[in-house]
Design a binder for this molecule. Structure first.
Ligand SMILES: C[S@@+](CC[C@H](N)C(=O)[O-])C[C@H]1O[C@@H](n2cnc3c(N)ncnc32)[C@H](O)[C@@H]1O
Length: 363
């Protein structure tokens, strides 16, 4: 497909992204042909079945030049492992990076190579280093970057380890969700480095304040990035949790599922999983119980009648109650949360660095 044929479409797309507020990145979005990096993607029908969308499909171009995340790779179980992120969110993250031409950027998560191309367009291809764990994706991205006339450095690597041969970096951008800021990135940071990365269901923007130290807040934008690839953890330990004596909780179980505390819980219980079910005796919402677990096997069963059972190394419901008691109205603003990174520990906090805080897992 001829990039010139899509110029007008791209310019309109770039002008309206993120509500059209001023951004030095609009020129890059207008110039870089997203369709070169996403020549096909997967759509999902109402039954959750994936189908392939290619350049031959009528809706292809319109979808590629819209503010839509596009799934580009699925694993054997149909679980997406790579995507081209929502362009509006990419713009917000690039703006937060506060990078001027000449900044040296490390990107964790090359994916299609589209973000690397945007970075290269504005900052200079020689200043961009982008890594992905998936060698097939890296090979494709490298080819498409060259096809679009640019050549940032892309390679296969675990982004949590950074890429020492090209360090130090003045800017870091992660496009896969992290649990905390990887120590290697801190070690490869220049004095005044800035880190923009999804953590939990939000995006942090942290500035390096001294070697090994960084501090910053979450952006206001919600963000649901695919997690960095981790070894599979344990499922819920249902046998153990059923044996535990019931404890009472005053917290309405349905509220926990309703999303009121989703964001702080995504930080306080990194990578948690939850399922709910209904039974004949369900409450007003029809939900009668839920199971919450983390990959270390900690498990809680909570019933709408106010009884919970907890098992495993951590008492997850205690954390749920603690978070809920701090935010009785629910849905606290993301930008009121921040992160403090030191060489030995990391924590996220509410309000100020001295406010309520929880440790983040470090490797
Ligand atoms: C949302 S996609 C990246 C989108 C990409 N920036 C683009 O413009 O298309 C997330 C990517 O992170 C990669 N990823 C996951 N864990 C990683 C890790 N530990 N190191 C490097 N890349 C990783 C995945 O393979 C996936 O391609």
């Amino acid at each position: 497909m001829d990039p010139d044929a899509t110029k007008a479409l791209r310019e309109e797309f770039a002008a309206t992204l993120g509500g059209g507020s001023p951004s030095p990145w609009r020129t890059a979005f207008a110039a870089v042909p997203r369709h070169v990096f996403v020549p096909e993607f997967y759509g999902q029908d109402v039954r959750g079945e994936w189908y392939r969308v290619t350049q031959a499909d009528d809706a292809y171009l319109e979808t590629v030049y819209s503010d839509t995340a596009l799934m580009t790779r699925l694993d054997a179980h149909g679980v997406p492992t790579s995507s081209s992120s929502e362009p509006g969110l990419m713009l917000t993250m690039l703006d937060a990076l506060d990078a001027e031409p000449g900044a040296t950027v490390f990107e964790l998560g090359t994916g299609t190579g589209y973000n690397a191309a945007l970075l290269a367009h504005r900052l200079g291809a020689e200043n961009v280093t982008s890594v992905d764990v998936d060698p097939d994706l890296v090979a494709l991205a490298d080819r498409r970057l060259r096809e679009s006339g640019t050549a940032p450095f892309v390679t296969t690597a675990d982004g949590a380890l950074g890429y020492p041969p090209r360090a130090p970096y003045t800017r870091f951008i992660a496009t896969a969700a992290l649990r905390s800021v990887p120590r290697a990135l801190m070690e490869q940071a220049a004095d005044d480095a800035v880190i923009v990365a999804p953590i939990g269901f939000g995006v942090i923007r942290a500035a390096v304040t001294a070697p090994g130290h960084a501090e910053g807040r979450f952006l206001a934008t919600p963000a649901l990035f695919m997690p960095v690839r981790l070894p599979p953890g344990s499922g819920p330990d249902l046998a153990a949790v059923r044996e535990r004596p019931p404890e009472s909780t005053s917290l309405p179980v349905t509220d926990v599922l309703g999303g009121r505390w989703t964001f702080p819980l995504s930080l306080a219980l990194p990578g948690y999983n939850a399922v709910a079910w209904r039974a004949d005796d369900g409450g007003a919402s029809g939900v009668s119980g839920m199971c919450l677990w983390t990959e270390d096997g900690s498990t809680v069963l909570a019933h709408a009648d106010g009884h919970v059972r907890q098992a495993g190394p951590r008492r997850l419901w205690d954390t749920v109650e603690e978070v809920a008691s701090l935010f009785p109205g629910g849905r606290p603003a993301r930008e009121d949360f921040g992160i403090t990174v030191t060489p030995t520990a990391q924590r996220f906090w509410y309000g100020t660095p001295q406010g309520a805080s929880w440790p983040l897992p470090t490797e």
